[in-house]
Structures are given as C-alpha cells and as structure tokens.
Design a binder for this molecule. Structure first.
Ligand code: AQP
Length: 332
C-alpha cells in the first residue's frame, strides 16, 4: 500500500469547514487505500503563542474531531506530533539543508509574519515549513492530503528529499500533494475572494464545525453572493455562489450540474436555506460524536499511545538511516 501522511493544528479549538472539506475528508478516504499516518501537530501550533492549558485541551479536542470525522484507529495511525521526538530531530537536519533564501520565499510565512509584525514573528514560524518537510519524509509518504495553501510546502518537501537523496544516497520517498481540486480552497462566506481561515476570516465568514448549529445556519443564510440572480457555478464571475455550490455538492454527494438544474429560476435565498439545512444535518451529529470522544479521555489517550508507538516504529528507522547517511557517529 502507498503511504499517506498529513497533520492538522490544534490551535483554534474547532476545525472550520475549510479544514474539513479541504483536508480531513481526504484523510478519511485515504484510510481505505493507503497506509495512512495522521497527526495533530502541536509543535507547529507553538510557532505562535499558546496558552498551555488551552493547547493541551485543544490537542485532545482535535483528536476527538478527527475521530468524529471518521478516522478509525484500526485503519490508520493517529498520533500527536510531540509524542514522536524524531520530528524535531529530523527537522534539525532539514534546517541544515535549506537555504535561508529558499525558506524566505515561503508565502505563508510572509503573510503570517506581516500580520503579526516582523518583530513578533518567531524563528519557529520561519522554519515551520522545514519541520513539515521532516514530518512527511519520516514516514516515506507518497501522498500528502492538504488544501491548496499547502502546495508550496509540499514543493519544498520534494526539493529537500531530492537534495538529500542526491547528496547522501537514496533515503527518502519524494512525496506528491494530494489536493482535490473541487475543494482545494473553500472561501470565506463574507469575502469569497479570500480563503476561509481561522486567522483571516471575520467570525461571520468562518464556519466552525463545533459552533451552535443555529449560528451556522444563520451564517450560511447571510453569505455574500452577488447582485445577479442566476444560480450558476462560475468561480470567476460568481465566487460567492460558486463557493456555496461547492460546499453543497461536497456535503451531499450531488453534482454541481444537478444542483444548477434544481435551482434554475430560483432565488439565492432558496439555495441558502437548503444549504443551511444540509449544514445543520452535518454538524449536529459531528458535534455529538466529538463530545462523546471528549467525555472519554482515557480511550483517547490509549488511541494516542498506540498511534505514537506505531508512528515511532517507522520514524525511528528513517531517522537512523538519515543520521547514518550524513555521517553522524552512532552511539555504541
Ligand atoms: N479554506 C480552506 N480550504 C481548503 N483547505 C483548507 N485548509 C485550511 N483552510 C482551508 C487545510 O486544512 C488543513 C489543516 O490546516 P492547518 O491546521 O495547518 O491550519 P491552516 O492551514 O493554518 O488553517 P487556517 O485556518 O488557514 O489557519 P491560519 O488562518 O492560521 O492560516 C491543511 O491541509 C490546509 O491546507
């Protein structure tokens, strides 16, 4: 079986609809076809300030949401990044292979640093994509399910895997991004020119899966569309309506063409009301399942302990091979 690897941050508490449609849904699908490793990336989370108690609680909450979304610890390896020390260790090796200029070109860092102010951005935020390279290469991943915003980081991963292999001999699988075009970028409901994001979206434009379903329905009903009246999928001319159609289609499994036909001659209000209902039907059981997992922290911890053990068995072998190739003297 090919390998898949991905990670999600435990920062915001609730996953948002962009995280779910762009990434987590693909995690669930790839469990069936891949030897899949999924982790909650707490070491990435601390690249920006975190309150310790909140970070701990949000890490469990992220695991509960991944299980609620359909990850099955019998079919994938689910773990917390900091439970596997090899991530930080290979991260250092990768730091030493990355050019400063090369790292400086990462657009996500530039955006986030600009938002925080250059003085407040940490070195950790700067090297975040390089730790991500280590995350992926440790598992010899073939496929990395992510949203479009991560494409540049996967390119960096490919470059560094190639560089290492050329310099020190074949060691790492060169991975490919697994980006599902239709849902690669879910847009803010209030500003369909920007991606839905926990840091950039306004509260009204961001659908958090764990919000009150009523509040979610309200956000869908007040989504920004356009001054036209035709319900048609056309991301360039009608980004708001197209975003709603994408969400609708993905959550129901109905094609965009089918939806366009159903809503022909009808008002935007009808589309929004129906989508609000679809969304409520999706988030209501998701919230309940998340709560059930949260109510049983012992079971969560057992899942994570087994996951870390399985992950370490793979990661330790890769790290040892990499250390050996670069000439680090092994301990006796
Ligand atoms: N709007 C989105 N559409 C599709 N996919 C998305 N992802 C995030 N936003 C969208 C994907 O979700 C996965 C996990 O993301 P993360 O935990 O690394 O967080 P992020 O990418 O930093 O999420 P945000 O909300 O965009 O955070 P900020 O605002 O801090 O940048 C990734 O695979 C990501 O592609």
């Amino acid at each position: 079986r090919p390998r898949a690897l991905s990670g999600i941050q435990p920062t915001a508490g609730s996953f948002h609809l962009g995280n779910y449609l762009g990434a987590v849904r693909q995690y669930v699908a790839l469990q069936e076809t891949h030897d899949a490793f999924y982790m909650v990336v707490d070491l990435h989370a601390i690249t920006v300030p975190q309150e310790p108690a909140a970070l701990r609680a949000n890490t469990r909450l992220a695991v509960a949401q991944l299980l609620a979304a359909g990850l099955d610890p019998e079919r994938c390896t689910l773990f917390v990044q900091s439970h596997v020390p090899e991530h930080a260790q290979l991260g250092w090796v990768m730091n030493c292979l990355t050019g400063f200029g090369e790292a400086s070109r990462m657009t996500q860092f530039k955006d986030k640093a600009a938002k925080q102010g250059a003085d407040r951005a940490t070195v950790g935020l700067f090297t975040y994509p390089i730790l991500q390279v280590a995350d992926i290469l440790l598992y010899q991943a073939d496929a990395v399910p992510v949203g479009e915003d991560q494409r540049q980081h996967i390119e960096l991963t490919r470059d560094l895997a190639d560089r290492f292999n050329t310099r020190f001999g074949d060691t790492f699988t060169v991975p490919a991004p697994h980006i599902v075009k239709e849902v690669a970028k879910i847009y803010d409901l209030q500003d369909p020119a920007i991606k839905m994001s926990k840091s950039a979206s306004t509260p009204k434009g961001l659908i958090n899966l764990l919000d009150e379903p009523k509040a979610t329905a309200k956000k869908v009903k007040s989504a920004v569309t356009d001054t036209d009246t035709v319900i048609r999928f056309d991301p360039a001319e009608k980004p708001g309506v197209s975003n709603l159609l994408t969400i609708y289609s993905t959550l129901t499994g109905r094609t965009i063409a089918e939806l366009e036909k159903e809503y022909e001659g009808r008002m935007y209000g009808a589309l929004k009301t129906d989508l609000a209902e679809v969304m409520v039907e999706f988030v209501t059981p998701f919230r309940a399942r998340t709560q059930e997992y949260l109510d049983d922290p012992d079971t969560l911890d057992v899942i994570l302990a087994r996951g870390a053990e399985k992950a370490r068995a793979v990661a330790a072998g890769t790290l040892a091979a990499a250390y050996d190739r670069i000439g680090l003297l092994p301990p006796r």
